[in-house]
Write a protein that binds this ligand. Structure first.
Ligand code: UDP
Ligand code: MG
Length: 315
C-alpha cells in the first residue's frame, strides 16, 4: 500500500508549557513512520488553539514557521475540548486519508499507538479507538469517577467504548459521515460508535502530563458527563415514571393504614384525605411529568437530525 497522508489533531488550551515538548515527540514519530514508508510527507500535525489566554497561539505560529508539517487553527474563543477536536477534525479531513486525535499534552502512548493505528488503517479499519489499559498516571479520584461514569453510561444504554477517551484514528470517510451529525451538545465518544464501519482498538498506557496543569476543571468534567448521558439516553425520564408508579403503589399501602386509623378511631378529622392525597397526587404528577418528558425526549432526538443510516458499500 502507498504511504498515506496522516493528520494528527491536538486541541490546545493554555498549553504554552507543553507544546514544544509535544512537537519534539511527534517529530520523532513522523520521522520513523516516513522511514517505514507508512506516511508520506504531506502528513501533518494540526494544533487547534481553543481560545487560550496564554502564549499558545504564538508558540503554534513559531512552530509552524520552523516546521512546515505543523499547522495551526486559531479558534475565535474558547469552545471546550469536544468542540475544539471537532473543529480540528473537520479542518483536517479534506487534507488527510486518516486523522488521529490526541491531547496536546500527549499523555497517550503515541509512540506505540500511532504506528499501530496507521497499521490498522492500512489493514482496512476506518475507526481505531485508543483504549486505556492502565490509568495509574491518573489521580485516584479521576480514575474512580471515570470508571463509575463508564458503568453508569452503559446501564443507561449509551453505546460507548469502555475506557476510551478521545484518542482515536478516523478515516477520511468516517469523518465525512461524522460531519453529517449536526448536534450541538457534542459528546464524540457517544456519536462515533453510531457511525458503524469497521473498527478496532489499540491498548493505550497513559503517562503523566509532561508540563503544565490539567485544563479539565471539575465543572468541565461534569458537563461532559451530563452530555454523555442526556445526549444519548431518555432512560432518566423513565426513572421519573417509575418513581411516580412507586408512589402510587405506596399510596395503596397508605390507604390501608388510613382506613385502619379511621376504623379504630385514632384519625383526626381531615387527616385521612390529606394523607392519601399527598402520596396519590404526588405519584400521578410524577407519572404525568415523565409522560410529557418522553415527548420532549422525542422532540430532542428529532432536533438532532442524526442520519438514519450510513452506507458502507454499494455494488
Ligand atoms: N482543552 C481544550 N479546551 C478546553 C480544555 C481543554 O482544548 O477548554 C484541551 C487541552 O489543551 C488538552 C485536552 O483538551 O489538550 C485535554 O485536557 P487536559 O490534558 O488538561 O485534561 P486531562 O488529561 O487532565 O483530563
Ligand atoms: Mg491531559
Amino acid at each position: 500500500m502507498k504511504p498515506i497522508t496522516l493528520g494528527i489533531v491536538c486541541p490546545c488550551y493554555n498549553e504554552e508549557a507543553v507544546l514544544a515538548l509535544s512537537a519534539e515527540r511527534l517529530e520523532k514519530i513522523f520521522d520513523q513512520l516516513q522511514q517505514d514508508k507508512k506516511i508520506n510527507n504531506n502528513s501533518f500535525v494540526l494544533l487547534v488553539n481553543d481560545g487560550s489566554k496564554d502564549k499558545t497561539w504564538d508558540i503554534i505560529s513559531e512552530l509552524h514557521a520552523k516546521h512546515t508539517w505543523i499547522r495551526g487553527v486559531n479558534l475565535a474563543h474558547n469552545v471546550g475540548h469536544q468542540n475544539a477536536i471537532m473543529a480540528g477534525m473537520m479542518t483536517a479531513k479534506d487534507w488527510a486519508d486518516a486523522v488521529i486525535t490526541t491531547d496536546a499534552d500527549l499523555q497517550d502512548d503515541v509512540e506505540k499507538c500511532v504506528p499501530q493505528m496507521v497499521d490498522d488503517y492500512m489493514a482496512g479499519y476506518e475507526i481505531v479507538y485508543g483504549v486505556k489499559v492502565s490509568r495509574t498516571a491518573d489521580p485516584l479520584m479521576k480514575r474512580l469517577t471515570a470508571q463509575a461514569f463508564y458503568k453508569l453510561q452503559t446501564s443507561m444504554g449509551v453505546n460507548s467504548v469502555f475506557n476510551h477517551a478521545d484518542f482515536r484514528l478516523m478515516s477520511n470517510r468516517a469523518l465525512e459521515i461524522l460531519s453529517r451529525y449536526q448536534e450541538r451538545n457534542l459528546y464524540l465518544r457517544g456519536i462515533i460508535p453510531l457511525i458503524g464501519l469497521n473498527s478496532t482498538t489499540v491498548e493505550d498506557e497513559i503517562g503523566e502530563r509532561a508540563a503544565g496543569q490539567s485544563k479539565y476543571t471539575l465543572s468541565k468534567m461534569l458537563n461532559l458527563a451530563i452530555d454523555g448521558i442526556t445526549s444519548f439516553s431518555v432512560k432518566p425520564i423513565w426513572g421519573i415514571i417509575y418513581m411516580g408508579l412507586a408512589m402510587i403503589i405506596v399510596s395503596i399501602a397508605i390507604l390501608v393504614y388510613v382506613l385502619r386509623a379511621l376504623i379504630i378511631g385514632t384519625a383526626v378529622s381531615g387527616w385521612a384525605s390529606l394523607m392519601l392525597s399527598i402520596w396519590f397526587v404526588g405519584g400521578v404528577l410524577l407519572v404525568a411529568i415523565g409522560g410529557i418528558g418522553i415527548y420532549i425526549g422525542k422532540i430532542y432526538t428529532e432536533s438532532k437530525h442524526r442520519p438514519l443510516y450510513n452506507i458502507k458499500e454499494i455494488l
